[in-house]
Design a protein around this ligand. Structure first.
Ligand code: PLP
Length: 376
């Protein structure tokens, strides 16, 4: 089938794989081994990757903390700040449409005495800096707002929200898993204190990611042990994974601009063809402020489960892969005001580096045909 689910995960770019391979075999050293060449070589490779990642988001290498992915990075950021700052305040602000890795971390902290405000976005998926300002308190320690939504691609006004958070003395964290490598991100300029990312969303391997922690921002480690990553995340470094993440960042930085333009054109074609050829359809989320490689379309009066089952030749999703073990309608779409039926009948189509024009032509044809057939 034609793969249109790049927001769930991406294939490893062959250039990334090639860079990773030696670090499994000939160069197998432990980056923490300080007594021989095997260790030094691995440490050097990690240092290079750290620089490649740091450069992509405009920070210094020592601000990078490698983790197993964005789920761990979100846990480390939110729990790490809470543990460090709960003597100052226990209030955290986040958004109801965040990924579960943020929401469930917040729910966990509620059991430990945290007070969480879950902001509800407007029907277009956006929240405003004013909304944040209205709920900020003197005991707010952290504001956590995702950069771009995984289901609808909505890009939040990060810079303005960070500014409002800082004015009230709170730290600002963003889950930028869907934005890193897709949008230009400048952490110092945008006032981001903590940023989560994951390699497998940008053509790197699964099981590796990072939390970027700006200098001066203190977090309590959630993994204790050998004191790796300057004491912020213990555990032997995943050298091949880290090398892959670094290379993926380097490629993304070089190709982001042209790739964004190419995908926007394909996405716009896919979207406008479906909207014009299939009646009773609409796009979920704002269209001016969203990722250029994604569209989320609701097909009204169509049975969602049947729709997915009938779409055998295109790989798309409803909602996020991370929660699809449960066949519930997308909570993100429901928060935007969709009914259960509308949410079930919404398809997220996300394009990526290996998507071709032919694939998009095929997908349009297939989707239009399937929906027409279902509606009789
Ligand atoms: N945050 C967002 C916005 C995501 O889309 C994902 C994707 O799965 C995650 C977090 C989790 O990342 P990981 O798979 O690296 O744990």
């Amino acid at each position: 089938p034609v793969y249109l689910d790049y927001n769930a995960t991406t294939p490893v770019d062959p250039r990334v794989l090639e860079t990773m391979l030696p670090w499994f075999t000939e160069q197998f050293g432990n980056a923490a081994s300080r007594t021989h060449l095997y260790g030094w070589t691995a440490e050097e490779a990690v240092a290079t990757a750290r620089k490649q990642l740091a450069k992509l988001v405009h920070v210094t290498p020592k601000e990078v903390v490698f983790t197993s992915g964005a789920t761990e990075a979100n846990n480390l950021a939110i729990k790490g700040v809470f543990e460090k700052k709960s003597h100052v305040g226990k209030h955290i602000i986040t958004v109801a449409t965040e990924h579960k890795a943020v929401l469930d971390t917040c729910h966990h902290l509620e059991q430990l005495g945290a007070e969480i405000t879950y902001l509800v976005p407007a029907a277009d998926g956006l929240i405003t800096p004013q909304q944040v300002a209205e709920v900020l308190r003197s005991d707010t320690i952290l504001v956590s707002v995702m950069y771009a939504n995984n289901e609808i691609g909505v890009i939040q006004p990060i810079r303005d929200i960070a500014e409002v958070a800082h004015q009230a003395g709170a730290l600002f964290h963003t889950d930028a898993t869907q934005a890193v490598g897709k949008l230009p991100i400048d952490m110092p300029l945008e006032g981001i204190d903590l940023l989560s990312l994951s390699a497998h969303k940008l053509y790197g391997p699964k099981g590796i990611g990072a939390l970027i922690v700006r200098s001066g921002v203190e977090i309590a480690s959630q993994m204790d042990g050998g004191g790796h990553e300057r004491g912020r995340r213990s555990g032997t470094l995943n050298v091949p994974g880290i090398v892959g993440l670094g290379k993926a960042c380097e490629i993304a930085q070089k190709e982001m601009k042209s790739e964004t333009a190419r995908l926007a054109e394909l996405r716009n074609h896919l979207e406008s063809e479906i909207l014009s050829k299939v009646p009773d359809t609409f796009v979920n989320g704002t269209t001016p402020h969203r990722l250029s490689h994604l569209t989320n379309i609701c097909f009204e009066n169509v049975d969602g489960e049947n729709l997915l089952l009938s779409l055998r030749d295109v790989a798309v999703s409803t909602g996020s892969a991370c929660t699809s073990a449960s066949v519930l309608p997308s909570y993100v779409l429901k928060i935007l005001g969709l009914t259960d039926d509308q949410a079930y009948a919404s398809l997220r189509m996300s394009l990526g580096r290996f998507t071709t024009e032919e694939e998009i032509t095929f997908a349009i044809h297939h989707i239009v045909e399937v929906v027409e057939k279902m509606r009789g």
